[in-house]
Design a protein around this ligand. Structure first.
Ligand code: AP5
Length: 216
């Protein structure tokens, strides 16, 4: 099973993906996490990507496609994947289809997590993530038990550089003016499902599981 989670920045893709991947028995692969891990390790790819990410821009397609397709070839992806944050452009979607076809695989469903822009802005300004494992918190809606410390692994919580200042508005513009068009691509292929992401986390999870399993 290969599933794509599409949603604007702050729509809850990362919050939902970990548990959803467990329930579906597939691996969670997030392009943003792959980039942040490359940046933390100081790799050449990470250094290149950091310039775009800090500005709130998309990383160019050639860099992103090569990174994600190479990850999908690793053995732990063979049972299926839940893709979070990739693809974001038509070029990436087509490259993904070609890459999967070469391995006799295909996308089963693309789910759009729909959340209004004003809610996204509020969520992003309150988001903190942990250094060790990127667990996600929100000072307004999902605070940690001890301020500044991850409940799950005790590591420090920090605010992402792209959740501050102008980068936030820019990322939302890129989604609503660009990535949004991807929905037509998957709708035309009969693979698109839409879930209301503006509900509590548990209800969104239930609706996601239903939307995906209904289409199997
Ligand atoms: P990436 O890491 O993918 O970030 P993003 O798409 O900007 O998505 P976010 O992580 O901001 O949001 P999310 O939907 O995961 O929300 P979350 O669950 O955290 O990408 C970062 C950058 O890398 C990009 O800007 C780009 O530069 C580059 N990049 C990545 N992929 C790329 C690609 N394919 N092509 C080119 N460049 C690429 O939730 C947000 C907050 O809301 C949290 O605080 C959470 O607690 C809260 N929350 C979640 N759900 C709910 C709920 N139901 N109710 C209340 N609060 C909630």
């Amino acid at each position: 099973m290969n599933i794509i989670l599409i949603g604007a920045q702050g729509s809850g893709k990362g919050t939902q993906a970990e548990k959803l991947a467990q329930v579906l028995g597939v691996l969670h692969v997030a392009s943003g996490d792959l980039f942040r891990s490359a940046i933390a390790q100081g790799t050449e790819l990470g250094m290149k990507a950091k310039i775009y990410i800090d500005r709130g821009d998309l990383v160019p397609d050639d860099i992103t496609v090569a990174m994600v397709l190479s990850r999908l070839q690793e053995p732990d992806c063979a049972r299926g994947v839940l893709l979070d944050g990739f693809p974001r452009t038509l070029e990436q979607a087509k490259a993904l289809d070609r890459g999967l076809q070469e391995a006799d695989r295909f996308i089963d469903t693309a789910v759009y997590l729909e959340v209004p822009r004003e809610i996204l802005l509020k969520r992003l300004s309150g988001r903190y993530i942990c250094r060790a494992n990127q667990h996600i918190y929100n000072i307004n809606t999902r605070p940690p038990k001890v301020p500044g410390i991850c409940d799950l692994d005790g590591s420090e919580l920090y605010q992402r550089s792209d959740d501050q200042g102008e980068a936030v508005q820019k990322r939302l513009d890129i989604f609503f003016n660009g990535t949004f068009k991807l929905l037509d691509y998957y709708r035309d292929e009969g693979k698109l499902a839409t879930v209301n992401g503006n509900q509590d986390v548990e209800k969104v999870h239930k609706d996601l599981v239903k939307a995906i399993t209904d289409r199997l």
